[in-house]
Design a protein. Structure first.
Length: 761
């Protein structure tokens, strides 16, 4: 089928309608020629000349107001006879009779009505009346866009919730599913407001090919239908010269996903336009720089002025991570340019690139739109060429509500909600992304995916040990749910099976959370309270049966050797000492000062006020001197500026807080504060898991100092979007905290972290 055939069907219908109208006017005693004040118009798909083999004819008999019908035939008489010739030839007609004022009022009241009328086309009768109707409807649409578009957005959202997405539904609806023909029409209507634009060639290409699919579907089924039943995919594949039914599905689902991507992007632009100060017709906001080489324009992340993609191999990852974390769109133009012109990442990736990738995967709801942009622009192929294996791959089981690739992204988003439950969120989200990467071949997918996941983890810069953990998670991601639902949990062999497969407590913790994320991403019925209880019971039994109990932070490592001025002399350190040293991926800041309660809180506050991004840190006491070494992401720091800020904060001359407010990127899980009893004989060990944001360590240290507690040593680590920090806390002069004091410390730290809304570490 083709556009020419649709146009030919429409032209044939036009002639039929014109003859029927002329006969009805003649029978009603109307004047010869063109009657004034009365016309027949086509709307909707018929108005666009897009009739499928079994489409309805959507027509409206339009007339002037009663007082303006000079010389016009009687509308009621024409309406009583005009449809019969159409019915007699077997045409299916969706018809109505309306005055021009009634049509425009209905279009104003309901944006769904306006959508069909934007494509109104004259068929017969008074052409001036048809032109006036078209002009008034379009003028109303543009003038009232700020009123119409939120209402239209609600109808789109409801439709998506009811019908699903064309790219992922097991029985896709070519018209009503998200990314289908209805959304193509909506996109054209959004362009007609003159507020936003859509890439015309891409929109028309997808829309035309979907119309071709619908025509072939009608031809195959012998009737009008928009839903594609599973049994017709093989015949459609034969018609299109494709290898098999799966190839036919990928073709159609690919069109749907492209249209859905255009729709999401355009609606974000609409939201940005409607939210502009001064109204939707106001000028677009200026660029706002948010990271090196990256800026925000309206609701999109773009390249900053002066960005050099050819010299910055991490620019694509940085732009994607910032967009996802902030819930913004990644500009397709930016992504396409970076895919084409960006410098290649070295292999293995440097730690900073791996961290950006993890931040992207753990961004939560903002990941989906950004990932689709990376995929649709070809940028994803540069980062993860293995993705092509599962791209648009249908699941064999109808339980799954998404294709394999989308399910993997959904699993990442579900895992992002659960990251506080694990100490290694980076390994969790990597495994979530790759857990089904082995699908699409003859080998069992978890077995096939294991070596692929290991290779990906090594390429992006994971250590061999971490790569083995990711590979083990992929290999055994179905272990817990299958064992819990099919084996006797009272049988010791069941516990031994799971314990042997997990290997370590870390893997067991990650498997438990990955299992839940995978199930939740599958469907609403895949993670029931019954299944969750079985998995939780199994994991509890495995933990109880493991020797040595649950994993705890490693024993305090030896303190680094730091050369301090005055060390070993009688006078010792005379005042705060600050040193800054450049490293390959940032800078190292070393601070030493006479030890006291609140010292580390002051140092962290000074670094936070400079908005430095802490990646790792160690702090300890050395013969009455508090020493801390901070690995920060920023390069080219001015030592004098850092030294002055630290001195000013420690001397009480400056506030130890970040300057300016930063808007939260998305709704994050609550922070987690754990006490590891028995992990140290000399101190109480607190593990804090929370958002990586400016001042998080400062907030923890300040809360502890406010209770009069001392931090004997601190071990700060940033893993993707989460900080996992361990503090060895003591009661001055008494050592390990009593249970009530430990509980007080936990509540104070949790309250301090929960009350802040700024972001970064």
């Amino acid at each position: 089928m083709s556009a020419e055939e649709r146009a030919a069907r429409s032209a044939e219908a036009d002639e039929l309608c014109a003859r029927a109208f002329a006969k009805a006017v003649q029978d009603a005693g109307g004047p010869p020629g063109t009657p004034p004040g009365l016309s027949l118009v086509a709307v909707g798909g018929y108005g666009r000349r897009e009739l499928a083999p079994h489409s309805d004819l959507d027509v409206v008999l339009v007339h002037d107001e009663p007082g303006d019908r000079r010389g016009a035939p009687d509308v009621e008489q024409v309406a009583a006879t005009v449809w019969y010739p159409l019915w007699d030839v077997g045409a299916k007609v969706d018809h109505s009779v309306r005055a021009v004022s009634e049509v425009t009022a209905a279009a104003h009241a309901d944006p769904r009505v306006a959508l069909g009328l934007l494509d109104v086309r004259h068929l017969a009768g008074d052409p001036h009346l048809s032109l006036r109707l078209r002009s008034e409807v379009q003028a109303h649409w543009r003038r009232d866009a700020a009123h119409h578009l939120p209402l239209l957005r609600e109808t789109v959202d409801r439709r998506v919730d009811t019908v699903g997405e064309l790219a992922h539904a097991s029985v896709p609806d070519l018209k009503e599913a998200y990314g289908g023909l209805r959304d193509a029409t909506v996109l054209k209507a959004l362009v007609a407001t003159w507020l936003v634009d859509v890439p015309h060639a891409e929109l028309e290409g997808c829309r035309t090919r979907l119309l071709d699919v619908r025509d072939d579907l009608h031809d195959v089924l012998g009737r009008g239908a928009d839903r594609v039943p599973p049994e017709v995919w093989p015949e459609l594949a034969d018609r299109w010269g494709l290898a098999d039914a799966q190839a036919a599905q990928r073709h159609v689902r690919g069109l749907g996903r492209r249209l859905a991507h255009l729709s999401r992007l355009t609606w974000r632009r609409v939201d940005g336009v409607l939210a502009r100060p001064g109204g939707p017709r106001a000028r677009a906001p200026e660029l706002v720089r948010i990271a090196p080489g990256v800026a925000v324009s309206g609701t999109e992340v773009v390249l900053d002025r002066g960005a050099r993609p050819d010299r910055d191999p991490e620019l694509l990852l940085r732009a994607a991570a910032e967009a996802a974390e902030r819930g913004l769109a990644l500009s397709p133009v930016t992504a396409a340019r970076l895919a084409r012109d960006g410098a290649a990442l070295p292999e293995p990736w440097p730690p900073s690139a791996r961290d950006l990738f993890v931040r992207l995967l753990a961004a939560g709801p903002g990941l989906l739109a950004v990932w689709e942009t990376l995929d649709e622009t070809g940028a994803l192929g540069r980062l993860l060429p293995e993705w092509e294996q599962v791209r648009l791959l249908p699941h064999a089981s109808v339980v799954h509500r998404f294709t394999v690739d989308r399910h993997s992204v959904e699993t990442c988003m579900e895992a992002a909600r659960l990251v506080r439950r694990v100490a290694r969120p980076d390994l969790l989200v990597l495994a979530a992304l790759l857990h089904d990467i082995g699908k699409g071949g003859a080998l069992e997918h978890s077995v096939a995916g294991e070596p692929v996941a290991r290779a990906v983890a090594l390429r992006i810069g994971c250590s061999p040990e971490d790569a083995d953990v990711v590979a083990r998670l992929v290999r055994h991601h179905l272990l817990l749910v299958r064992t819990a639902t099919a084996r006797d949990l009272d049988d010791p062999a069941t516990v031994e099976l799971v314990s042997g497969a997990a290997g370590t407590g870390l893997v067991l913790d990650l498997l438990e959370v990955l299992t839940e994320a995978d199930a939740r991403a599958t469907s609403t019925k895949a993670w029931t309270s019954w299944r969750a209880a079985l998995v939780r019971d199994l994991v509890t039994r495995v933990r109880a049966g493991r020797s040595g109990g649950p994993d705890v932070p490693a024993a305090e490592p030896p303190d680094p050797v730091v050369a301090l001025p005055g060390a070993g002399t009688e006078d010792g350190l005379s005042g705060p000492f600050v040193a800054v040293e450049a490293t390959e991926h940032g800078s190292t800041v070393t601070v030493a000062a006479p030890d006291r309660v609140g010292l580390i809180a002051g140092v962290t506050g000074a670094l936070a006020s400079l908005r430095l991004t802490v990646r790792a840190a160690r702090a300890w006491d050395e013969d009455g001197v508090g020493v801390s070494v901070w690995e920060v992401a920023e390069q080219h720091l001015d030592p004098a500026v850092v030294r002055e800020r630290v001195h000013a904060v420690l001397d009480g001359r400056a506030e130890p807080r970040p300057r300016g407010a930063v808007t939260a990127r998305h709704e994050n899980p609550e922070p987690v504060v754990l006490v590891h009893h028995g992990a140290s004989a000399a101190a109480t060990v607190l593990e804090v898991r929370g958002d990586d944001r400016p001042g998080v360590v400062h907030d923890v240290c300040t809360a502890l100092a406010g209770l009069g507690l001392s931090i004997r040593s601190a071990h700060v680590t940033t893993i993707g979007p989460q900080s996992v920090d361990v503090f060895y806390v003591v009661e001055p002069g008494a050592g390990v905290l009593q249970d009530d004091r430990a509980a007080e410390a936990v509540h104070a730290v949790r309250a301090a972290l929960s009350s802040t809304v700024t972001l970064g570490h």
